[in-house]
Design a protein around this ligand. Sequence first.
Ligand SMILES: Cc1cc2nc3c(=O)[nH]c(=O)nc-3n(C[C@H](O)[C@H](O)[C@H](O)COP(=O)(O)O)c2cc1C
Length: 206
Amino acid sequence: MKKYILAITGASGSIFGVRLLEELLKLSEVHLVISSNTFPIIEDETGIDWTKEGAKGKGQKAKGKKPEDIIRRHFKTDRLFFYEDKDMEAPIASGSFKTDGMLVVPCSMKTLSGIANGYANNLIERAADVVIKEGRPLLLSPREMPFSAIHLENMLKLARLGVKIAPPVPAFYQKPKNIDDIVNFIVGKILDTFSIEHTLFKRWGG
Ligand SMILES: Cc1cc2nc3c(=O)[nH]c(=O)nc-3n(C[C@H](O)[C@H](O)[C@H](O)COP(=O)(O)O)c2cc1C
């Protein structure tokens, strides 16, 4: 079974990361890191709160319930491994832990910069640094509007190293009818770059 690292960072578009996670788990083992900045954005944009399921009052955390427990119970699978972004001792922080690549969806400009400059300041940046040094596939889905020259330079630097830069840009030849259609198209295109089978959209001419 293939083994992928998935990072979800604090850019808008967390729905792409969540949908991608659902798809990856169908066929593969997933090592998931969600940056601490991202949980409020996931809650704001999708309504999913992975930090306080079962909490009794507002802002109160359920006893003994960590995001890891909540996420694993939500997806009901033993193929999912979750790490906090400050956990620098996680297996994915080392090149000796073999994976089939990493996806950062969506990717904030801060994480993009950290990866482009080898900063390795948290587990996401370190895992990406490892994937690059080991020559394994890496895809980033940077989300910002508009991009500055700094963002573009960081993307170009990484693209020249073979990193796939795949911003969540929709196409309209699919005639999307709702947000789900747009999300499925973007996630399907991301899966295509890793040659992962899916039925998320109808192919042009197919
Ligand atoms: C609601 C919200 C939306 C954001 N959207 C973006 C975005 O689309 N792109 C981006 O680069 N940063 C965005 N940010 C800022 C990042 O969350 C911030 O730079 C954060 O430090 C990123 O950290 P991380 O990469 O470790 O998740 C957003 C922040 C908030 C609160």
